[in-house]
Design a protein around this ligand. Sequence first.
Ligand code: NDP
Ligand code: 8X3
Length: 252
Amino acid sequence: MKKIALVTGSTSGIGEACARTLAKLGYNLIIVGRREERLLKLKNELEDSFNSDIYTIQLDVRNQDNVETAINNLPSNWKNIDLLINNAGLAVGTSDIQEGVVDDWERMIDTNIKGLLYISRSIAPLMIKNQKGHIINISSIAGKEVYPGGNVYCATKHAVEALTKGMRIDMLKHGIKVSSIAPGMVETEFSIVRYKGDTNKADDVYNGFEPLHAEDIASTMEFIVTRPDNVNINDILIMPTAQANARDTKRS
Ligand code: NDP
Ligand code: 8X3
């Protein structure tokens, strides 16, 4: 029987690349995001290209009621989720704290921390019932270091790091693996969202060096999920060759 993976934020970037890789690996997939057209397009593409069944959930992970309802309402054959990729997330703005936009803060905290919690709260019991499963949280270099303009985003990713460690302790007795991938700069829609649609500013982020690509994160995820049962990869920090840490990048 095929394994089932649920990927949040699969309408773009890292989540979309992970969904593609998992379909290639033979998973059936539950793909989650707010943009329904993109979910349907990806479903069609993956069902055509791979022998996978794809179930779409149009969902804002910030809405706890909707998250709970969507997971409760999954058809019973879709509830045996083997793999959860907690990927949905965003950075908004780069203001110093004293000039911070409260709505930006709420969006990051509600998506990156609370959304991840709501999804995990709904899916962990399904995995516990089966006494097996694997949860991979997408953290960031921003979860390990803090950089100028990163304040609240970095705080949310530091929270993801702490939650990953806490979840690993909680899931231990159930035989459920918990892993984390912390990427440096990946060229996706991330910077367009952070700069609120200003594509010039977004392009500047990746100027003069080759950033990571979403597929680099998907292949890291592939490595993690293809380890044998007795092996768990706790944490991978993956950076572009031209980025040493959150602040030092070699640009031409
Ligand atoms: P993208 O902007 O390309 O993708 C973000 C995804 O998250 C989209 O599919 C979006 O879908 C989804 N999403 C955002 N908010 C919500 C929400 N409220 N409910 C449901 N889905 C939501 O960025 P990335 O692929 O780069 O980002 C994916 C993850 O990787 C994030 O957690 C990010 O913090 C992390 N990351 C990114 C790095 C980078 O440099 N790009 C580096 C390190 C970590 P939709 O809008 O359709 O809802
Ligand atoms: C996204 C990468 O460097 O903007 O998490 O924090 S960075």
